[in-house]
Design a protein around this ligand. Structure first.
Ligand code: UTP
Length: 413
């Protein structure tokens, strides 16, 4: 697209401020900027901005709590699931998939979060700890378990380099499949695109929900099929207690004929900031803590316990067949708004950062795939065994709390 045409288009969408510093750019900068601008679907940006304003009001809806298989419900059922999970692993049908495309802005670590070490004596990074589990499971179940690693433009090269510099942590190179998710522009509270340099539009990864289409577009699904994979163990890069190959979870997922499964933990209190799983008008839905009406949040259910007593910890099993089906034709997940502080250029052409949440990133969330399922399985796990994420520099969910949880579990790596 030629410049004049592009400018006209940006003007039509009220976004022509992005050309503010155009005359100050050299030819190379102009060419690079033009390429980025031409790739932006302004109509889609407008649509998403409108969509995220429409907050769903759950207060008038009648919500039920989705059934969760509780900790140690039934020893016989448990052992049946464990045996089945082991069998599926022995049949080499399970792959693992980590989403590691986020910007890790709260942690403020320079580099991919998976390269971060919480300060164990071994100095091992999160990726290295995960590789240890994969190697151990590969020995136990006797196959080269493939590891799918989703990055984004913000950290792809650094992530691949980190693996290379560490000799793939002992894994075979072709056991690891890297691919990137897509990026989207962020906007300010008026829906205007944000310039984070004179020729730089601020772009961010499209949320972990972007992983489903990225699996398809990158050829990862095809690769899985070639390897005979049928089930995917999905997790987030920053949970130091992740149990990647949990035969009980894998077994139940398949025995229950689920498209997608969730691990849940007992909420610390009614207000804990975790999503809950509800049945709304016969359909399962994940409701974020911020959208759950106050009355529901504090509602009391059976045995005088909280009605919504458990929260999702972003650990899932997926059936490959399910991801293939939903990504077949037109597929999209709803966008959520993530309000963030974003570096922005001021009128004088200087890039300024502040703590103020001046921008909105558009993100899709993988748990919304629940809307496409026919069958879901939810399983309670103990928080102290399975969930200690590294999110913040200090305080709650920090390297310090993650390390403590890791050591408390008796892990000594
Ligand atoms: P978070 O939402 O906690 O984001 O991601 P983050 O990037 O780690 O940290 P902040 O919010 O910038 O501080 C949870 C998981 O989802 C992945 C992250 O890498 C992490 O494993 N993720 C998040 C993606 O893979 N892509 C995204 O677009 C967003």
């Amino acid at each position: 697209m030629i410049l004049a045409e592009l400018q006209k288009n940006f003007e039509a969408f009220g976004q022509d401020h992005v050309f503010k510093f155009w005359d100050e750019l050299n030819e190379l900068e102009k060419a690079e900027f033009l390429e980025v601008l031409a790739s932006i679907d302004l109509k889609e940006v407008e649509r998403i901005f409108k969509q995220i304003q429409e907050v769903k009001d759950y207060s008038s809806m009648s919500l039920d709590v989705a059934p969760v298989y509780p900790l140690s419900e039934n020893v016989n059922d448990d052992s049946r699931a464990i045996n089945h999970g082991k069998k599926l692993l022995q049949e080499k049908k399970v792959a693992c998939f980590v989403v590691a495309g986020g910007q890790g802005s709260r942690l403020g670590f320079e580099g991919p979060k998976g390269a971060f070490s919480v300060g164990l004596d071994s100095g091992k990074s999160l990726f290295a700890l995960q590789a240890d589990q994969i190697i151990e499971a590969a020995e136990e179940y006797d196959y080269e378990i493939p590891w799918y690693v989703m990055t984004s433009k913000v950290n792809h090269i650094e992530t691949v380099n980190f693996f290379q510099d560490n000799d793939y942590f002992g894994l075979k190179k072709d056991q690891v499949f890297f691919f990137s998710q897509e990026m989207l522009p962020a906007v300010d509270h008026q829906g205007k695109l944000i310039l984070s340099g004179k020729n730089k539009l601020f772009l961010s990864p499209n949320g972990h929900g972007g992983s489903l289409l990225a699996l398809k577009k990158s050829g990862a699904l095809e690769d899985m099929k070639k390897r005979g994979i049928e089930y995917i163990s999905y997790y987030q890069v920053d949970n130091i207690l992740i149990n990647i190959f949990d035969p009980k979870f894998i077994g139940f997922h398949v025995l229950e004929n689920a498209d997608m499964s969730f691990k849940m933990v007992k909420k610390r209190n009614a207000e804990e900031k975790v999503g809950v799983v509800a049945v709304n008008n016969g359909k399962m839905e994940v409701i974020e803590y911020s959208d759950l009406p106050d009355a529901e949040m504090h509602a009391v259910g059976e045995n005088n316990n909280l009605k919504f007593w458990s929260g999702s910890i972003a650990i899932h099993m997926f059936s490959l067949r399910f991801i293939e089906e939903i990504t077949e034709g037109e597929f999209s997940l709803p966008y959520h708004k993530a309000e963030k502080s974003i570096p922005e250029i001021n009128d004088e052409g200087n890039v300024v950062s502040s703590d103020k949440k001046n921008g909105i990133k558009f993100e899709t969330f993988v748990f919304d795939a629940i809307g496409f399922t026919s069958n879901v399985f939810l399983m309670e796990v103990a928080r102290e065994d399975e969930f200690a994420p590294v999110k913040n520099k200090a305080g709650e969910d920090s390297p310090e709390t993650a390390k403590e949880a890791f050591l408390k579990k008796g892990k000594i790596t």
